[in-house]
Design a protein around this ligand. Structure first.
Ligand SMILES: Cc1ncc(C[n+]2csc(CCOP(=O)(O)OP(=O)(O)O)c2C)c(N)n1
Ligand SMILES: [Mg+2]
Length: 324
């Protein structure tokens, strides 16, 4: 069994860069759309805004090594405790924690659905993994936890991801490890003070093996960022706190590819990916800025969105129970 798992994971590893990042991004949107229609709702808009960022990280930028956990995720194995030998985090889906490899933290845990779809698209998790989503006893949590595929810490408490990664990056730098530490984060996290403390600390300690890409979709759970608590010019603020920030169009991969080359000696690099939370699914625009969690208000809306979004994504409408 272990041999089969290793072999399948090896295949997963060599899939990196075999499909274009654009194709993978489309695949992420299609999977998350299908899931949201079947379940009458979900974290759908995060796939619209972040698909290119996640696809780019896994398919191009990160050097991760083959996954070390089975393609079909194991059930939840309990919390870390003395005697619980079955306990493991979900980080193995991002490859082994070896000095030469990069590490990735998915900071906003509600992006889990988009992150799982990415793992499937890049061959690190089987599609069956998504069928276990949010089921009792499953490790494939709706709000990604430390045991969920691709996750290493819980991160449901927004704003802790960058600090966690900064600490790890600092340790790795002191040990002389060549691998980088990356964070995928959301703009809602800049409303948390801890994000700013992390940047200041990283600058003070010259933690320049720390990288982040932030999905700046201008929304959070209660609506538009500007109406909940305006955060002003994120780039200027990051620079004031000692980091290096580059703004890009989140849906133009070449801009992201260029941005990561920005010199940032002695400072963390944060790519601000300006995105649209209805990219690829224009019908969702009607509901902006109430797109944080999309639950269809009626069968009529669900059915209409199913047809309209399917057309935008060039797939057939999802056949779900009770569809008409
Ligand atoms: C420390 C903390 N405070 C508040 C929350 C509640 N919360 C859950 S999601 C969210 C909005 C986050 O914004 P963002 O990630 O930008 O949302 P999106 O763009 O996906 O709508 C908030 C405040 C939380 N999870 N953690
Ligand atoms: Mg946001």
């Amino acid at each position: 069994m272990t041999d089969i798992v290793t072999f399948v994971n090896y295949l997963g590893c060599i899939m990196r860069n075999e499909r274009s990042t654009e194709e993978i991004a489309l695949g992420i949107r299609r999977r998350v759309f299908e899931h949201a229609i079947r379940n009458n709702g979900g974290y759908l808009s995060q796939a619209c805004s972040a698909a290119e960022q996640l696809a780019w990280l896994y398919n191009e930028e990160l050097d991760l090594g083959a996954a070390t956990l089975p393609m079909v995720p194991r059930p939840f194995a309990g919390v870390p405790a003395l005697g619980n030998d079955a306990y493991h985090t979900g980080a193995g889906y991002n490859g082994p924690a070896e000095p030469e490899f990069d590490r990735l933290f998915i900071a906003p845990a509600h992006y889990a659905l988009a992150a799982y779809a990415t793992l499937i698209e890049v061959g690190r998790m089987a599609p069956e993994g998504l069928e276990m989503f949010n089921k009792d006893g499953s490790s494939v949590e709706m709000i990604g936890a430390e045991h969920s595929p691709g996750m290493e810490v819980h991160n449901g408490t927004l704003g802790i991801g960058l600090s966690t990664a900064a600490g790890l990056a600092w340790g790795r730098k002191r040990r002389g490890e060549p691998g980088r530490t990356w964070v995928f984060m959301s703009d809602g996290e800049v409303q948390e003070g801890q994000t700013w403390e992390a940047i200041a600390a990283a600058a003070h300690h010259r933690i320049d093996n720390l990288y982040a890409i932030m999905d700046v979709n201008r929304q959070q759970c209660d609506g538009a960022m500007s109406s909940v608590m305006d955060v002003g010019d994120i780039k200027a603020k990051i620079e004031q706190f000692g980091g290096v920030a580059v703004r890009v169009d989140a849906h133009k991969l070449d801009r992201i590819r260029e941005a990561v080359k920005t010199p940032h000696r002695g400072k963390p690099l944060i790519i601000l990916a300006n995105s649209s939370p209805f990219r690829g699914m224009p019908s969702l625009q009607l509901r902006f800025p109430g797109l944080h969690y999309v639950r269809f208000k009626s069968e009529e809306e669900r059915s209409r969105m199913n047809k309209e979004i399917a057309r935008s994504l060039r797939v057939d409408p999802v056949a779900y129970e009770g569809a008409h």
